[in-house]
Design a binder for this molecule. Structure first.
Ligand code: OFO
Length: 169
């Protein structure tokens, strides 16, 4: 059985996942207004994934007979300098989430809460994958250079294709 302190921490993470979803959805809206339709679709799919992460915490807390608490969620930023700026901010945010998941995992280990420790392992892997994904996207931006409009066009198209590919899997 998870402690009250652990339920509180899990609820904290639930709200971070909610914020992640809102952040990526807002970024998707920004991309749409800039004609970056591939990136908008990619980010919208990513926002949906974050909502699924939120739901995983919601379900787990409920299974523990805890009360899942949706708190006040901060509004995400609305303006971005460029698509590269969006991707840099995502990577920074994902690093923040990774740190938070690792702190939770360490707390579960210290409390000998094996079920929660086990539940969190999925998120440890997921964070590793997400950081690696956004690192590779940023590598491509660095390859084409920030002022290369044709490069941006192809990157946007590639991001859009990533949605089609993952939907087909
Ligand atoms: Fe980006 O994985 Fe959840 O927050």
């Amino acid at each position: 059985m998870a402690s009250k302190a652990m339920i509180k921490k899990l609820n904290g993470q639930l709200n971070k996942e909610f914020y992640s979803s809102n952040l990526y959805l807002q970024m998707s809206a920004w991309c749409d207004t800039k004609g970056l339709e591939g990136s908008a679709a990619f980010l919208k799919t990513h926002a949906d994934e974050e909502m699924q992460h939120m739901q995983k915490f919601f379900t787990y807390i409920t299974e523990l007979s805890g009360l899942a608490l949706i708190g006040q969620i901060e509004a995400p930023p609305v303006e971005y300098k460029s698509l590269k700026d969006v991707m840099e901010k995502i990577l920074k945010h994902e690093k923040f989430v990774t740190k938070s998941i690792h702190e939770l995992t360490e707390a579960a280990w210290e409390e000998k809460d094996h079920a929660t420790y086990n539940f969190l392992q999925w998120f440890v892997s997921e964070q590793h994958e997400e950081e690696s994904l956004f690192n590779s996207i940023l590598d491509k931006f660095n390859l084409v250079g920030s002022d290369n409009k044709q490069g941006l066009f192809f990157l946007d198209r590639e991001l859009g294709q990533m949605v089609t590919t993952s939907a087909a899997e």
